[in-house]
Design a protein around this ligand. Structure first.
Ligand code: ATP
Ligand code: MG
Length: 183
């Protein structure tokens, strides 16, 4: 399983539809300050169901929608943000019968989010279920934001093990085991 491509349209600074094709292995995004590198990471978290405006570095959820730019080449604000993430699933890591899975999220200024999995309308919980065993997804420590590195370096060994277990997708099983032992 690996991330194949990410398309942003009306998301934060990406007014025009922009697709990043990714390869297996390591991807580096380089660019000047304020050019949108962190916005790409925000888009990844958002399409996987992130619900916290703060985690997306905004004040409210609709701050992810392109707000317009001023100046001669300025553009008007847009009414919606759309992000699609295509994941290669030829190894079947995601519990779905497709070799390629595209998760999409759309949000309008006046309302909530719509999700789709391979073009079929889906709920947030469907997206979460699809991703939860894979070690990627919402609130997982797979995404380490700017400034978060310090807190991880200063974590206790127990906390650090928690991060790794969560990323590896075993935390869920440990919690289940602890619950069973308490009974
Ligand atoms: P740094 O190297 O400083 O970390 P960066 O490449 O990570 O920079 P980002 O934080 O991704 O930069 O991008 C910040 C830019 O995105 C700012 O110019 C900001 O105005 C713009 N931006 C954020 N949200 C929106 C929005 N909703 N509409 C338009 N532009 C936006
Ligand atoms: Mg940044």
């Amino acid at each position: 399983m690996y991330l194949k491509s990410l398309t942003l349209k009306g998301f934060k600074s990406f007014a025009s539809s922009t697709t990043l094709d990714l390869e297996p292995g390591i991807t580096c995004i380089v660019g000047p300050n304020g050019s949108g590198k962190s916005n790409v990471v925000d888009a990844l978290a958002w399409v996987m169901g992130e619900q916290g405006a703060k985690s997306l570095r905004g004040g409210k959820m609709e701050d992810v929608i392109f707000a317009g730019t001023s100046g001669a080449a300025g553009r008007s604000p847009l009414g919606r943000a759309e992000v699609s993430l295509t994941i290669d699933n030829t190894d079947g890591a995601l519990p779905i019968e497709y070799a390629e899975v595209t998760i999409s999220r759309t949000m309008f200024r006046n309302g909530g989010s719509e999700y789709a999995i391979n073009g079929a309308k889906a709920r947030l919980v469907d997206v979460q279920d699809l991703l939860s065993d894979s070690g990627i997804g919402r609130e997982m420590h797979v995404i380490v934001g700017q400034g978060r590195l310090d807190s991880i370096l200063h974590a206790t060994p127990e906390e650090r093990r928690g991060f790794i277990e969560e990323a590896a997708g075993v935390l869920k099983h440990r919690k289940r085991k602890e619950k069973a032992l308490r009974k």
